[in-house]
Design a protein around this ligand. Sequence first.
Ligand code: PMP
Length: 365
Amino acid sequence: MMSLTNSPFEYALPHIQKLRGYTPGFQPKGDGWVKINTNENPYPPSPAVEAAIKEAMGDALRLYPDPRSDALREEAAKLHGVSSEQVIFGNGSDDILNLLVRAFAQESPAGYLLPSYSLYPVLCGIQGTGTVEVPFDRSMKLPFDALAKIEAKILFVTSPNAPTGVGFSNADLSRLIETFEGIVVVDEAYADFAEENATELLAKYRNLVVTRTFSKSYGLAGLRLGYGLADKDVISLLDRVRDSYNVNRLSQAGGLAALKDQRYLKAVAEKICRTRDYYRAEWEKLGWFCYPSQSNFLFVEPRNAAGEAGPKVAQELFEYLKANKILIRYFPSNPLTESFLRISVGDEDQMLRVSETIQKWLKNA
Ligand code: PMP
């Protein structure tokens, strides 16, 4: 047997040895949890999805899927009023974000805002590319002056933002896209819960990329499906760097059925928005600050019975809810997020349990 003098770890690329991988939200084992920590949909997907997946099963699974997911591209193009050459599908929108980093961020760094989706720096770390972080302040409005100064060929903007839920208007996004010398990616994972979205800007700006996911509003996080919309030259570059069969046969079938059922999507999104707005108002009545959310989660700064807010209070409530089998998300690593909790909007029963447990916490203090 050949023997290595060093650990196999030492043979890896230096930037991979240093890499810290992405930490996904905790997936609890066992029953009885209220799992509202990863912004999944509490409601099932359109019934048309299961029927389509069943039909796609069977003998056809011997065969590779359509490498381009063409039926999906055509349906999404129709939905957004663009040409099918302006659409690409991926194994979740994470796949599309990864392709963007691969294609645009090698030589020069990639820019992103803080706080926003924490996967962007991880994708850059895998690629060995530098990053430029542009911090928000507590207003959570786009910091235009700082963004105008960054040296990057690609900039990631999450809108509505995560974990705050704050959405950026098309007027603000246009201002940014017009002044940025490079590709602006507007990550619209939560756009179906928002007042506005950036797809209409695609007709105007060749440097805009919009990404979407089936994991939130469509209730299909388990399917792993997402897409990107952009100028056809951008899409053709992304097609060069993607895995040949990046969307499996069952996801293509299920995703197509979901896309075609826009009525179902709208009904579910409206129901979630109603629950979201109700609980935002409830928590504001307790004197808790909560960002105006255009997504399927609320970012709230809790106060204890003595009226105190801060990292200790947020951490304490997070632990209390967890001890009561309610799983939400706490982001202690940034001063702008350490006093807040992110609560995904669950169904009515789940939200009632959250609300009652918060009342118990306030009384027990
Ligand atoms: N973008 C943002 C802002 C997200 O919060 C998420 C979900 N974690 C994603 C993209 C990933 O979506 P998908 O499941 O399609 O990979």
